[in-house]
Design a protein around this ligand. Structure first.
Ligand SMILES: [Mg+2]
Length: 161
């Protein structure tokens, strides 16, 4: 058994640049299928990849994403293709529509209940970062991808990424 603390790393806006597919969920006609179908084409965010690499030296990496389980295969292939550190991938259940800040805490609490220590959480969503901090976990705010209102709304109101 390992005793290393967890480095909890978000995907969208941290290591994956989702901006090229946000247009699918802008405006009234939100096309979630197309939005998630674009996952394989996400450019890598070099800053996030460097942070993940650095943390992997003395943490167990856990990728915690609001992406739904149905995008697991595409996401795992993407992580491997870009050479990101290996780590467990924890995703939102397909019908979970709660805000990311609620879902992510609930998902992570399971690991804490099992005795794991959260060393650091890396996320780009201000509301997620605030909730994690309130929960008592150290947070590194990922501020290297310009955020958009669309992404904010998707994570807070639509519970979809
Ligand atoms: Mg994010």
């Amino acid at each position: 058994m390992t005793a290393r603390p967890l480095a909890v790393i978000d995907l969208d806006g941290v290591v994956a640049d989702v901006r090229h597919r946000l247009h699918h969920i802008e405006g009234g006609d939100r096309d979630w299928a197309s939005f998630f179908a674009g996952i394989p084409d996400d450019p890598l965010l070099a800053e996030g990849a460097a942070v993940a690499e650095r943390l992997a030296a003395d943490h167990d990496v856990l990728y915690l994403t609001g992406r739904p389980e149905r995008s697991r295969a595409d996401t795992e292939q993407w992580l491997a293709r870009h050479g990101l550190p290996r780590g467990e991938l924890v995703m939102r259940r397909d019908r979970d529509r709660r805000p990311a800040r609620v879902t992510k805490i609930a998902l992570l609490d399971r690991f804490v209940a099992a005795g794991r220590v959260v060393g650091v959480v890396v996320d780009d969503d201000p509301k997620v970062c605030a909730a994690m901090r309130n929960r008592g976990w150290p947070v590194l705010v990922a501020d290297w991808m310009a955020r958009s209102d669309t992404l904010d709304q998707a994570q807070e109101d639509l519970g979809a990424t």
